[in-house]
Design a binder for this molecule. Structure first.
Ligand SMILES: [Fe+2]
Ligand SMILES: [Fe+2]
Length: 477
């Protein structure tokens, strides 16, 4: 054993991966393919990657000089700081934001790996290393490796950092629910570790600033509805949970409930889920089974019984109304659990604000909230609903508004004043190609110094979908 290994103790898997990549890059830089050092580094690289079974792409990303593996920020022991800095610099000079390893990486041939590593090293001499590498990769059929472009982060403020982290976690959470659902339908069971990690990341963010997550929940993906919906329900539930003072551990459980509440939909036939017209009695029957199936599947997850006992009930209850009607039918005299009540509110909100197969338009956020208020007490727990409505603000982030000036704009940020009527707005301008682009950011509390009146007042809220606008595209750029 060499000195350096002795001092290092056993590296974590992530550390071993970075050590192996670093070693290989250094070897390839100096030596030819048949060199012993190159061969040894190649062997080490393959050993590390095959010691962890990848069931899906493993993303290694750099953001703000920090590495993230699968969405989780990696903390390295101090001894590795120098080496990590070298790697950060290596990727930065090539305009790369990271790599993604495919599940087939264990079968990649040594020639392929070397070829890629050499390209990676050489790319720095190109005008645009990222495009050059991408073109190189397109000439191959390497399914085990992908490159990611650098996320430009000039003038990053702590708030932006939080936003970017939020966005990363949102995307990772999305893939993790999707994979769980796929695993359950093919293998009958799945683990919960990854979903749990994503929720922990979300809890980190929500305890700092819940506005970030509320904004992200304006992502609506029509094609991937069930999954974006699940992440949105998790996100909104966490924000509401935080408002009512839940502490970290219950928040984690609540977030997992949100991610998994519709898991049972994997057993609903796709024709029923995506049917454009009204459902017949038999189809309704299929839909109404999903909360029971969700609960059943949660109980079958590879997770501790303790965890499962805390997360199966709310998904079972999420379609039961406050007056105990709804589904599944239960003769229980007991009220719906707190988590169940929260999920019911966030679930309806996200469903109504999303376009669906049977309803190609979505209700605008403020329309949705006022419709929901009509069901206060009968459908929703009145206290929780009131807190939820206040949390979302009169015009939730992502609402498209029309002003007395004739301008149109998107709500970017909740209002700083407590009345909730003067949010920050991103004005939209015509892009000259029939669409719109983001323009100036303004504050609705701005007054005209001459007249003393507000510069802009809200005329009405508009339906973003009917203007072909996906709010989140503008808000997170
Ligand atoms: Fe549901
Ligand atoms: Fe749902």
């Amino acid at each position: 054993m060499s000195m350096s290994q002795k001092r290092m103790n056993t590296p974590t898997w992530e550390e071993a991966l970075f050590l192996a990549v670093h070693r290989m890059i250094q070897a390839v830089r100096i030596h030819k393919d048949n060199n012993e050092l190159v061969k040894a580094s190649l062997k080490q690289f393959k050993k590390v990657l095959s010691s962890r079974e990848l069931t899906d792409d493993l993303a290694v990303l750099i953001f703000e000089e920090r590495f993230f593996v699968d969405g989780e920020k990696i903390r390295f022991r101090r001894e590795l700081a120098g080496l990590i800095q070298v790697l950060v610099e290596f990727f930065r000079r090539r305009g790369l934001g990271g790599l993604s390893f495919g599940p087939s990486v264990g079968n990649a041939s040594e020639t392929e790996i070397l070829r890629f590593m050499r390209w990676l090293v050489q790319s720095v001499e190109q005008d645009n290393p990222y495009t050059w590498l991408k073109e190189k990769l397109e000439t191959t059929d390497f399914s085990w490796i992908g490159i990611v472009q650098e996320v430009k982060s000039q003038h990053i403020t702590p708030e932006d950092d939080l936003r970017e982290r939020g966005r990363l976690i949102y995307m990772h959470a999305l893939t993790s629910v999707k994979q769980m659902a796929e695993k359950i339908s093919t293998q009958g069971h799945a683990g919960v570790r990854k979903a749990k990690r994503m929720v922990q990341g979300m809890v980190d963010i929500v305890t700092k600033d819940d506005g970030v997550l509320v904004g992200l929940s304006s992502i609506k993906d029509y094609d991937d509805y069930t999954y974006t919906h699940s992440v949105n329900v998790a996100v909104l539930s966490l924000c509401l949970g935080k408002r009512i003072g839940l502490s970290r551990v219950p928040l984690e459980h609540l977030g997992i409930c949100g991610l998994l509440h519709d898991l049972g939909k994997v057993e609903v036939p796709l024709e029923v889920l995506t049917k454009a017209g009204a459902l017949n009695a038999k189809e309704w029957e299929e839909i109404r089974k999903h909360p029971i199936v969700s609960a059943k599947q949660i109980l079958m997850l590879n997770a501790s019984n303790d965890l499962k006992s805390k997360i199966f009930l709310a998904p079972f209850e999420h379609h039961i109304r406050n007056d105990m009607t709804g589904y599944p039918y239960t003769s229980a005299k007991q009220e719906v659990s707190l988590f169940g009540k929260i999920l019911h509110i966030t679930d309806v909100y996200d469903a109504m604000t999303s376009p669906r197969a049977y309803r190609p338009f979505a209700f605008s956020p403020d329309q949705t909230l006022s419709k929901m208020m009509e069901g206060s007490g009968s459908d929703y727990d009145p206290t929780l609903l009131k807190i939820f409505v206040r949390m979302m603000g009169t015009y939730p982030v992502g609402t498209l508004l029309e002003f007395n000036t004739g301008e149109m704009g998107l709500v970017m940020e909740g209002p700083k004043d407590s009345f909730g009527s003067h949010p920050r707005i991103l004005l939209l301008e015509k892009d000259g190609q029939g669409g719109v682009k983001g323009g100036e950011a303004v504050d609705l509390s701005e007054k005209d110094p001459r007249t003393g009146t507000y510069r802009r007042t809200i005329v009405r809220s508009l339906n973003a979908a009917s203007y072909g606008i996906q709010p989140v595209e503008f808000l997170y750029n």
